[in-house]
Design a binder for this molecule. Structure first.
Ligand SMILES: *Cc1c(COP(=O)(O)O)cnc(C)c1O
Length: 400
């Protein structure tokens, strides 16, 4: 494939600084091409992409079959508005409904398709309001997106404060703390919203029983259990949903990141009574459910299935965590997370410098917290590719 460069990285970064709003920082690199797990910058340097657009490119860059599905759909039919329907939209909704009810196959489910994670969570928020109950319980450390409703259930004060007042009625409890959740929960609570693993907070796992306990407690008060699987879902943690292994069925599951392999898409799946809360006209999205995004989603799901990637994710993810631990490096405190969503916890807050050294060394990772490196590669990354990073990591750790 030929690339026609439009400038060096330095020139492009300069133009970026003048024209993009300043919510975006200075770009760390300007990338011009991706293929599988590799990226190339505007100066021609190659990188192993172990971040995948933040857990988005589940099948790597420019996957030929996803590309084929998208272009076939776009050249057949691209958008019809929600006065009408398309077979891909219906097919994807059926797949997602089945995914959300795998632990309770008799339970009904309905899907709202949209274009991003935060938009999926807005739908969840509106469903919660339609219960008639005024309160929502969210978790300390939570990240659910940047639009006003999603921000109201996001914990980070730096994200929230400038935009207050936010939609109200939200109480935060410590993540993973069953007693704190039980103490706040009563029949005024519409929904409890939980990430099965807190990705943005540094790949924090609440412990094995938390989701099952939250299910028990919410069932007892008639409260909706809302799982934000936007980062953890679609195979990222080695199951279709990270919550599947807890044996539970949530009332609301929100999805986005990995579902379109880079094509923007989001989904809010509701089950049981929650699935009936939206009546005609209650919510909408012009692009939501468009057949091109739905074709991307369907292609991603069928390729993950066909290529046995859930088992692959579990295998290479465990192997990777063991290999990092076996480095016995004095700066590494712990490896946490599941499947191919991993946090390498450092003993000192030098993760941004380590991530920068890794980037200079040809590996894309990030530092969601000052002391945590996040690794979220394409689900089809090879064991050899991960080994290459493990071998290089001590060099990056020793640099700062
Ligand atoms: C990324 C993310 C979101 C927001 O998704 P956007 O597509 O950026 O709006 C919400 N929840 C979780 C858990 C996420 O990781």
């Amino acid at each position: 494939m030929t690339i026609s460069p439009t400038g060096s990285q330095a020139e492009l970064a300069e133009r970026h600084s003048h024209v993009l709003m300043r919510n975006l920082g200075t770009p760390l690199r300007v990338f011009v091409r991706g293929e599988g797990s590799y990226l190339w910058d505007a100066d021609g340097n190659r990188y192993l992409d172990l971040l995948a657009g933040i857990a988005v490119n589940a099948l790597g860059h420019a996957h030929p079959q996803v590309l084929g599905a998208i272009s076939a759909q776009l050249s057949t039919l691209g958008q019809v508005s929600n006065y009408f329907a398309t077979p891909t939209q219906i097919g994807l909704a059926e797949r997602l409904a089945a995914m959300a009810t795998v632990n309770a196959p008799e339970r009904s489910a309905r899907v709202f398709l949209c274009n991003s994670g935060t938009e999926a969570n807005e739908a969840g928020f509106k469903l919660a309001r339609l219960t008639g109950r005024p309160r929502i319980i969210a978790m300390e450390g939570a990240f659910h997106g940047r639009t006003m409703g999603a921000l109201a259930i996001t914990a980070n004060p730096a994200y929230r404060a400038p935009f207050e007042p936010l939609p109200g009625g939200v109480t935060f409890v410590p993540y993973g703390d069953v007693d704190a959740l039980a103490a706040e929960l009563d029949e005024t609570v519409a929904a409890v919203v939980i990430e099965p693993i807190q990705g943005e907070n540094g790949v924090v796992d609440p412990g094995v029983d938390f989701l099952a306990k939250a299910r028990e407690l919410t069932t007892a008060t008639g409260t909706l259990l809302w799982l934000d699987e936007i980062q953890t879902g679609i195979g990222r943690c080695g199951d279709w949903l990270a919550s599947t292994s807890s044996g539970i069925c949530a009332d609301i599951v929100t999805l986005a990141k990995g579902l379109g392999n880079g094509f923007p898409i989001g989904a809010c799946v509701a089950t049981g009574a929650a699935a009936e809360l939206f009546g005609p006209g209650a919510h909408g999205s012009t692009f939501g459910g468009n057949p091109v995004a739905a074709a991307a989603g369907l292609a991603v799901l069928s390729i993950i299935e066909r290529d046995g990637l859930l088992a692959h994710v579990r295998e290479v993810g465990d192997r990777f965590a063991a290999a990092i631990t076996a480095l016995n490096h004095p700066l590494i405190a712990q490896v946490r997370g599941r499947g191919l969503l991993r946090g390498v916890v450092l003993t000192r807050p030098v993760a941004p410098a380590v991530a920068a050294a890794a980037l200079d060394g040809g590996f894309v990772i990030n530092a969601p917290r000052p002391n945590v490196l996040r690794i979220a590669p394409p689900l089809n990354v090879t064991a050899d590719q991960l080994d290459g990073f493990v071998a290089a990591l001590p060099g990056f750790l020793d640099q700062p």
